[in-house]
Write a protein that binds this ligand. Structure first.
Ligand code: X1X
Length: 326
């Protein structure tokens, strides 16, 4: 019997050794949303492509509905190589780890969808990717996004007069607060998970967001006025922790990179296509009322010096010029 026991443990060791050499790995992902949101659908597409290409040597465990927190939590996890291996993330939520990364999604960066797509299909952001890897140990695998961010408020905001002193939440990157300060609003950085409550209790009178997320998290319940400033077309990197990335074989690394690029293109087409439809669905359901912003053309003028100063401070003036020139 002791011989049998020994045999048993020898078999167990062999099995372990076999599975380790096959490099089977499970990656844990995080989404703040349910299956209906474009981010979740994009991560599902990423998983599908990787699964197929890797002969299912890479498996996935995607946690939805903010089970693992919000993006400002995810970025810390990715940086430390714990809890979350991959997700989709607003560059402005990574500011504390890499100050230059929020340049990617600063308001009024893109003229229109065509400009946005041209920049994202180029390698204009490569230096920012390198800095993120170096400073935060986070790998960008691809880019999704394509939602248009508007003001979302509990009170109607129709013009610059209404915007003056407007208490609104912005993402936690200094450039976000600086832009809305330049527009004379009163921005404060509040965690995404606190926004609904902060509006409901009157701590702030609104924030800014895109249709997919307003609808998915029902922000219209507390902030039914959507002012069509269209100040940002979102850029949302599909990211992986450096720790998780390095644990893959070189072949698996190539697979996740290719899948990130492909899933990103899928996600960009999806969210940009759905953006208008989702806004209209909320209008039709009586959940939101849209308002034009009188004098929108003045906003870009007010914000440009802030963008320039931010880029200059980072030594990224050339990069900003290159993006504008695309
Ligand atoms: O404003 C936020 O923090 C969030 O808004 C949307 O849900 C998404 O763009 C998400 O990436 C995050 O930025």
């Amino acid at each position: 019997s002791s011989v049998n026991l020994l045999k048993g443990s020898a078999i167990a060791v062999t099995l372990l050794a076999t599975s380790a050499s096959a490099q089977d790995v499970t990656l844990r992902g995080a989404s703040m949303f349910d299956e209906d949101h474009a981010f979740t659908k994009t991560m599902r597409e990423f998983e599908r492509i990787v699964g197929e290409a890797s002969g299912n040597s890479i498996a996935f465990d995607l946690r939805l509905n903010g089970e693992l927190g919000v993006e400002s939590d995810y970025v810390t996890f990715l940086n430390q190589g714990v809890a979350v291996d991959y997700t989709i993330m607003a560059p402005s939520n990574m500011a504390t780890f890499a100050p230059s990364i929020p340049l990617m999604d600063m308001p009024f960066l893109f003229r229109d969808l065509e400009h946005w797509e041209a920049v994202l299909s180029s390698d204009a952001f490569a230096p920012l990717e390198a800095e993120l890897l170096e400073a935060a140990d986070i790998v960008i695998l691809g880019y999704t996004g394509g939602g248009v961010r508007n003001l979302v408020s509990s009170v109607p905001i129709k013009n610059l007069e209404d915007l003056a002193g407007h208490r609104m939440r912005v993402m936690g990157a200094p450039i976000q607060a600086q832009v809305f300060q330049a527009l004379t609003a009163a921005p404060s950085a509040i965690a995404y998970s606190e926004v609904y409550n902060a509006i409901q209790t009157g701590v702030i009178a609104g924030f800014e967001n895109e249709a997919a997320s307003i609808q998915n998290l029902k922000f219209y319940e507390v902030a039914p006025y959507v002012t069509l400033t269209g100040h940002t077309i979102t850029v949302r990197p599909i990211v992986m922790s450096g720790t998780a990335f390095r644990a893959l074989t070189p072949e698996q690394q190539e697979i996740v990179k290719a899948a990130g690029a492909q899933a990103g293109a899928f996600g960009r087409a999806l969210e940009s296509r759905e953006d208008g439809t989702k806004l209209q669905e909320m209008v039709d359901a009586g959940q939101v009322q849209t308002l034009e912003f009188e004098g929108r053309e003045k906003l870009l003028e007010m914000v440009t010096p802030v963008q320039d100063a931010y880029a200059a401070e980072l030594g990224a003036t050339e990069l900003l010029e290159a993006v504008r020139a695309q």
